[in-house]
Design a protein around this ligand. Structure first.
Ligand SMILES: Cc1cc2nc3c(=O)[nH]c(=O)nc-3n(C[C@H](O)[C@H](O)[C@H](O)COP(=O)(O)OP(=O)(O)OC[C@H]3O[C@@H](n4cnc5c(N)ncnc54)[C@H](O)[C@@H]3O)c2cc1C
Ligand code: SF4
Ligand code: SF4
Length: 346
């Protein structure tokens, strides 16, 4: 692929239409570089599009509104082609770029690209996986994603259909656990759980909230938030629950307290699932030559400017919304070979 000036023409294949993929596509479009977003699901937006604002009486800086009108902008952008329900079947290196073989719905497409961006995100582990925690299922046991959807749907007067009196958060659910093959911190769940707890207290000031935790991340922002939450009706219990059963419809948590097994019933239990590697990473590693790291995320083997394969967002490990946006913009800029220092971008 050469332009009339003999320069290689840019045309980028982006795998994944979540926050990272859409941000990279819009950044590229700012340089008039066309891209194709390949999204495996029926809609754009990934996880963040399902998230709600976590403001109670004031903004908690959760970052969700950083996405702004991104999805609409991508859908309207003439430089961006969106292929939904689509997957990458094969990728071959060519003299100048790549030839990609794509399945889109029931069609097969073969197309050439100059660069590839892997932005296929992460696995919503808490909703999908069988867990090492011995646990019954109930509508009153929510995952972090369920709670995000409730925040998205909330009205001015109501977050849950029934006002809860006692809510428990189980932090580090599926993270920092050798059994769950995720011996790392997912980095975002302390933040979203403490913020959403504030929203619950905003709606239901009498609701008692208990955090079961291993230990919290020690960022200044979070320490400040925990101090802020240090008020009557909020408890922090440092232990990993042994079992969650269901009493009628109410979840009961069995946990160890000072060497003795304690049982406690709650109206709602929230499993704060973290960020687990996407199961497609192994296939994508085979197709692109990138490496799968010890936790299952993808990592570079060589500088991406040499291989023309880039990583953006949680495909390479846990990241917040702001970190995802920053990295995806950087990838777009690197592909356009223009740095922020050149002063070309605002
Ligand atoms: C419960 C929960 C709450 C969170 N709350 C916050 C918060 O309040 N603030 C914050 O800063 N961060 C939060 N995060 C982190 C936030 O979700 C991530 O930063 C963000 O989703 C990363 O975006 P992404 O595009 O990398 O991944 P994703 O959102 O996972 O998007 C990836 C996209 O790629 C698609 N895809 C996957 N595999 C393929 C494939 N093989 N081919 C094509 N498409 C594919 C997926 O369908 C999806 O659309 C939270 C995380 C969780 C789990
Ligand atoms: S979405 Fe998050 S950052 Fe935006 S206003 Fe709500 S709480 Fe604040
Ligand atoms: S961010 Fe918090 S809840 Fe999530 S794994 Fe790390 S310490 Fe546990």
């Amino acid at each position: 692929m050469k332009s009339e000036h003999g320069d290689p023409m840019k045309n980028v294949l982006i795998i994944g239409g979540g926050l990272a993929g859409c941000t990279a596509a819009r950044t590229l479009s700012g340089f008039d570089i066309p891209s194709v977003i390949l999204e495996s699901s029926p809609s754009l937006g990934g996880k963040v599009r399902q998230f709600g604002c976590k403001s109670g009486s004031s903004c908690s800086q959760c970052g969700v509104c950083a996405a702004g009108n991104l999805w609409d902008e991508v859908e309207r952008d003439e430089n961006i082609t969106i292929l939904l329900d689509s997957s990458l079947i094969d990728l071959r290196k060519e003299a100048c770029g790549f030839s990609a073989y794509i399945k889109s719905g029931s069609d097969f497409i073969e197309k050439s690209f100059s660069d590839i961006v892997l932005a296929n995100g992460f696995l919503d582990y808490a909703s999908n996986a069988k867990t090492a925690l011995d646990m019954d299922r109930s509508e009153s046991i929510l995952t972090g994603m369920d709670l995000e959807r409730a925040l998205y749907r909330r009205t001015a007067s109501e977050l849950f259909a029934e006002p809860p009196k006692k809510v428990a958060y189980v932090l580090c659910f599926g993270s920092r656990s050798v059994k769950e093959k995720a011996n790392y911190c997912s980095r975002v769940c302390c933040g979203y759980s403490t913020r959403s707890a504030k929203v619950i207290r905003h709606y239901y000031p009498e609701c008692e909230i208990t955090f079961f935790y291993m230990d919290m991340q020690t960022t200044n922002a979070l320490s400040a938030f925990m101090q802020d939450m240090n008020e009557p009706g909020i408890r922090f219990i440092r232990c990993r629950p042994a079992r969650i059963t269901v009493n009628g419809n109410d979840p009961e948590i069995i946990y160890e307290d000072s060497g003795v097994l304690a049982r406690e019933t709650f109206d709602k239990v929230i499993l704060c699932g973290g960020i687990h590697p996407n199961s497609d990473n192994v296939t994508l590693s085979d197709l692109t030559g990138l490496r799968v790291d010890e936790n299952g995320f993808l990592e570079y083997v060589k500088p991406p400017e040499k291989t023309h394969v880039y990583l953006a967002g949680c495909v390479s490990g846990p990241k917040s919304i702001r970190e995802t946006v920053a990295e995806a913009r950087d990838v777009g800029l690197r592909i356009a070979q223009i740095s922020e220092q050149d002063g070309i971008l605002a």
